[in-house]
Design a protein around this ligand. Structure first.
Ligand SMILES: Nc1nc2c([nH]c(=O)n2[C@H]2C[C@H](O)[C@@H](COP(=O)(O)OP(=O)(O)OP(=O)(O)O)O2)c(=O)[nH]1
Length: 235
């Protein structure tokens, strides 16, 4: 049996990253009136990225830059499969040429339109991309650069964002032996498993104090706190 052909779709994000563009199909009859992420079939000899830029140009008359391919794929019948990437507009403005309507949807509006089935598996990841409150990132700290990078790759494979940088302790200024930090929007539990596995620790951001019940200030250590975990026996 032939392997399914690829259809690429773009989750075009608004400039502030808080909305995504949904487009309403006019054909075929069974898909007319239903919503999709714009895109289309990858042609012979074309990369998925080039196909996506081309299709969005044809359908919406604007130039996009592909940002990140989202996790997963969805079958479209038996002969095609849908993959989707986040993207941003770099020139022009999206205006429907083949769809009869486009809408910018925020995370909380994603369920307000009737998506084609193959698009639905991407909605959770999209909600996550759109809904990420600023400053809601956690950090894992690792001594070893390779461990930090492996942890970041694992997080990205699971659909989270992850940014690796060199850590610097407060007040310290020599560059020797500084650990590596992985900043991520993943839930604490996910990052905790990785810091366990790669011998790192969690750096948990302090919550903004509530003035009405402000406690006495406590002395905080300069170094990130190491969270002790039971030995799970994995080596
Ligand atoms: N573009 C796009 N197509 C989707 C999505 N979800 C989904 O089920 N489809 C289906 C509808 C179509 O059967 C097929 C893609 O067709 P299309 O008409 O958009 O792409 P195309 O321009 O390459 O098609 P064609 O004119 O060459 O036939 O995938 C989606 O999010 N985006």
């Amino acid at each position: 049996m032939n392997s399914p052909k690829t259809v690429v779709a773009a989750a075009i994000l608004s400039a502030d990253g808080k909305q995504v563009l949904a487009a309403r199909r006019t054909s075929p009859p069974e898909a007319a009136g239903r919503w999709e992420l714009p895109g289309g079939k990858v042609e012979e000899g074309e990369t998925p990225e080039a196909a996506l830029v081309r299709e969005v140009g044809e359908e919406l008359g604007c130039l996009i830059e592909v940002l990140d391919w989202m996790q997963g794929e969805a079958p479209i019948g038996e002969s095609h499969r849908l993959v989707a990437a986040t993207a941003r507009v770099v020139a022009g403005e999206p205006r429907p040429r083949e769809h009869d309507q486009v809408l910018w949807l925020a995370a909380e509006d994603l369920d307000s339109v009737d998506w084609l089935e193959p698009d639905r598996p991407f909605l959770d990841a999209l909600r996550h991309v759109l809904g990420m409150p600023e400053g809601s990132t956690l950090r894992g700290i690792f001594f070893d650069e390779e461990h930090a990078r492996t942890a970041a790759e694992t997080l990205e494979r699971e659909g989270w964002t992850a940014r690796v940088s060199r850590e610097r302790y407060q007040g310290e200024d020599d560059d020797e032996d500084h650990p590596w930090s992985v900043e991520t929007d993943a839930p604490e539990m996910v990052l905790e498993l990785l810091v366990d596995e790669y011998d790192g620790w969690l750096d948990i951001p302090e919550e903004a104090p509530d003035d009405s019940i402000a406690p006495e200030p406590v002395e905080l250590p300069d170094n990130p706190k190491r969270i002790k975990r039971p030995d799970l026996g994995n080596s």
